[in-house]
Design a protein around this ligand. Sequence first.
Ligand code: PBG
Length: 354
Amino acid sequence: MASRVVQPFPTPQARQDEAVQKAADTLGLTRRMRRNRKADWSRRLVRETVLTTADLIWPMFLVDSQTARSPVAWMPGVDRLNIEEAVRQAAHAAELGIPAIAPFPFVEKSLRDATGSEALNARNLMCRAVRAIKAEVPQIGIICDAALDPYTSHGHDGVMAGERILNDASVRILTQQALALADAGADVIAPSDMMDGRVGAIRAALDASGHEDVQIMAYAAKYASAFYGPFRDAIGTNATLIGDKRTYQMDPGNSDEAIAEVALDLEEGADMVMIKPGMPYLDIVARVKDHFRVPTFAYQVSGEYAMIVAAAQNGWLDGDKAMVESLMAFKRAGADGVLSYFAPKLASRLKAGL
Ligand code: PBG
């Protein structure tokens, strides 16, 4: 008698294996996105965005002091520099190929008053530093903030009447400040105060005083942000700031308003525009660049720097990789350059070919 072949009923596992095999066989991929990622040479070859030293602006802090460097507690790795050291660091930056620096002053408390009058002193810390750097390192660009906060006893960027920050009265003082900086040799004036009409007023005053080649980089879309905290430690305004800056800096919920701000600053004569802070506002960077097609910069602010460095110090992330990735993101979003406290570190790495 012929033996009967028993066809076993397939187990659920066997049925599943067969289904998976069938699915894999029918993938039929013609476009495999992973091919271009298979090796370092290939990843480099197809990379769309490249970060270079020419993309960097180095913000640095100045202080009137005998000591060359004094650390900023809330920004590990960042020091306040006296003028001689600032000149040395400017030379170092130029050697690395960094196109421009952006100095900010820590002003002695005794020199601060309600109207920020020290800002107009042609012999103030900023003006002396700019002259010294221009004399020794003429090839580097110097970008100087027009804003009164380092100089006011209340820490606001303009002058006050009671609780109010006065717009037009502030613009008059900011314009004089811009002229003092231009006279000292500033290459670029960067109004960071967010008063209405200041770009136009500063442009007109520069032109009327023989500074028609001085550029304006407008802090066009500057948001009222918690990410400026460590900067206020660096220039010593965190203790003095009364209230907050929400009546002049932008509301973080707004995006169309950034377009309006940039449009106005361009009409008023801005040569370059800036978005600030950086990483939380990459959508604004992308939108502004897409819309206007003008030189667009982003400021990776003190809080962004501090977050990366603090996490790295705790061993929670790889600080160097996070630095490169964060700066790359600005370029990918469309920024032509980035103000970053990492500038010298990144430039050194790029120079070493890392
Ligand atoms: C002041 C100014 C600020 C920054 C640049 N210019 C602080 C502020 O508006 O309170 C912030 C930079 C940073 O956080 O790194 N007008």
